[in-house]
Write a protein of this length. Structure first.
Ligand SMILES: O=c1[nH]c(=O)c2[nH]c(=O)[nH]c2[nH]1
Length: 304
């Protein structure tokens, strides 16, 4: 056999941690994270010779998540916690050349009772805040943030016309349909070094809220009249473009928007007269199959 090339990484996936911060005035803050760590390191002998002397045990990685969570004395974004972990693994271990940290934050939101925010009560929301951070030993970084499972639907102002018709096509053209999707978004920041990451405690939280608002506003359009969608592709493009236009520091954004179909219901039989005739009112909700539409939009620097 010719020589072989080995590329490898190892880590711990889905380390679950909940962290409470207690303010002296009785107000609590809470996050729940699922943390995945992957380390690039010089530990080839473990693969080739059964020699584990350069291996950071994945159990140690798991323990480190709890130690670092304890050491963070103030509420922080999943991006900032991922950066804390990435810095730690690349500086503490000589063998580790890069760390890739993924975090999914569960959407625990402070509960309101009679309009008043509760001190220590939370309820689970829907879409999740995600991040992927890569930290290299040199101090080079890449930060990606995301949203997972943002389910949105509008009952009109959507259609699909003018597509290819051939002998396999039966879908009628329409200017009136439901539009439903579950947006997965991930966007990249332009920071290239640890030193260039903004120090503000709320920076990544604010960016997350800004991107989510722009995505939602653009999907629906104005509260009266909305905005017509000629396809999921077009709506996706306008959502991504609006994020680049309105949220500074986002250098590219990927959107995945499955087209979740609501099928018109018509019920009739040979013997029965029509008992349900579809008039844009009664639908069969489905989750599969679904259209699968995704695109990435990036800023390109003008050459001028
Ligand atoms: O918005 C849509 N885009 C498509 O590509 C497509 N294909 C399809 O069957 N329905 C739709 N709707």
């Amino acid at each position: 056999m010719d020589g072989v090339r080995l590329e490898q990484r190892h880590g711990k996936a889905r380390v679950r941690v909940g962290r409470v911060w207690r303010e002296p005035n009785g107000r609590h803050h809470f996050v729940e994270w699922s943390v995945s760590i992957s380390l690039l390191s010089d530990c080839l002998p473990a693969y080739t010779h059964g020699d584990n002397s350069d291996i950071v045990a994945t159990d140690t990685m798991k323990n480190t998540v709890y130690v670092k969570a304890k050491e963070c004395m103030q509420p922080l974004s999943p991006e900032d916690f991922a950066i804390v972990l990435g810095k730690h693994f690349t500086s503490f271990y000589q063998q580790v050349t890069a760390a890739i940290i993924n975090i999914v934050e569960k959407p625990w939101e402070r509960i309101k009772i009679n309009g008043q925010p509760h001190e220590h009560g939370f309820k689970l929301g829907s879409e999740k805040h995600t991040t992927e951070v890569v930290v290299k030993k040199s101090g080079a970084v890449q930060v990606i943030s995301g949203i997972e499972g943002l389910a949105v639907l509008k009952t009109t102002q959507s259609g699909f016309e003018g597509f290819i018709r051939d002998k396999y096509t039966i879908l009628p053209e329409t200017r009136e349909r439901m539009l439903a999707t579950e947006v997965t978004a991930s966007w990249r920041y332009p920071f290239e070094t640890l030193a260039s990451i903004p120090a503000e405690q709320l920076y990544f939280m604010e960016k997350y809220m800004d991107v989510k608002k722009v995505l939602i506003d653009t999907f629906f359009g104005p509260t009266e009249g909305g905005v017509y969608s000629p396809s999921v592709q077009s709506t996706l493009y306008h959502m991504a473009k609006a994020v680049l236009a309105r949220v500074s520091d986002v250098s590219s954004i990927q959107l995945k928007m499955p087209n979740i179909h609501f099928l018109p219901v018509n019920l009739s039989s040979k013997d029965n007269p029509i008992i349900v005739k579809f008039a844009d009112d009664v639908y069969l909700p489905t989750d599969e199959p679904h259209g699968s539409i995704e695109a990435t939009l990036s800023r390109v620097r003008s050459k001028m």
